[in-house]
Design a binder for this molecule. Structure first.
Ligand code: ATP
Ligand code: MG
Length: 238
């Protein structure tokens, strides 16, 4: 569905701080799949997410959606409008994504679709009386559900989760993973899951991408890619 084609990102190009965050990264994201991106700190995962979201411009390369280039080094805001709603990000700390006075306002901030809101609430087993409460009094599990609902009500085709499970205890983590699987199955949302937690990655993914120092060095079956990664990746093979 989305084709990432020969993507490069070089930060601080003309200085000593020059960093090749992404080097010639190409792969396709299939419709309705859960694809994870793994790799050590600084391997380029967040950079890739930020390019897809239109937050960062690539130094070179393009992102193609339905035969149309939606992102390249010349991407203008005009092109990026096509991405909005199509692709959304869930932050690492849910608290940072909650701003409104009530849960209802939070969910309906980017949509007026109360009917769909009620359907989603039912689907996520949230009590209706929570709608008039402040998001801040919710448990962290409930907060995560509210955030997911406030994203899903915008009917995105893709949601990116960048380290969304890193600060959860093992039980909340398992619950969140099964929630995401449910979202993927029921709402047919494509999920890009970025994580350091290998167990989460194996549990959730249809496919996994490995980034090593900005290079895509392996893509495919979760177990195979994770095994390769845990054995040291490209360097481990030598
Ligand atoms: N805004 C920036 N300016 C300069 N260099 C940056 C910037 N953002 C990232 N980098 C550098 O680009 C490389 C890739 O960073 P990125 O944040 O994409 O890695 P990551 O895989 O998400 O790491 P982590 O697992 O720690 O989140 C790193 O060397 C980083 O220092
Ligand atoms: Mg990151």
């Amino acid at each position: 569905m989305i084709e990432i084609n020969n993507l490069w990102k070089i930060y601080n190009k003309r200085t000593l701080e020059r960093t090749n965050a992404l080097s010639s990264v190409s792969f396709k994201i299939k419709k309705e799949e859960i694809i994870s991106i793994v790799g050590k700190t600084g391997s380029g995962k967040t950079t890739l997410a930020n390019i897809l979201l239109g937050i960062t411009k690539p130094t070179d390369g393009k992102v193609i959606l339905n035969n149309e280039i939606i992102i390249n080094k010349k991407s203008k805001k005009r092109n990026l409008r096509k991405i909005t709603n199509f692709l959304l990000l869930s932050f690492q700390y849910p608290e940072h994504q909650l701003f409104r006075i009530t849960v209802r306002e939070e969910i309906l901030f980017n949509s007026n679709d109360e009917k769909y809101m009620n359907e989603l609430i039912k689907n996520f087993n949230l009590q209706k009386n929570l709608l008039d409460k402040s998001p801040f009094v919710l448990s962290s599990g409930q907060k995560r559900k509210v955030i997911l609902i406030s994203l899903l009500i915008q009917k995105p085709k893709i949601i990116i989760f960048d380290e969304a499970t890193s600060f959860l205890d093992p039980k909340s983590r398992r619950e969140f993973i099964s929630l995401l699987k449910k979202v993927n199955k029921k709402m047919k949302t494509t999920i890009i899951f970025i994580s350091h937690n290998i167990q989460d990655v194996i549990n959730i993914s249809d496919r996994v991408v490995l980034l090593e120092e900005g290079f895509l060095t392996k893509i495919g079956n979760p177990k195979e890619v994770v095994d390769f990664y845990l054995k040291g990746g490209t360097h481990g093979k030598k």
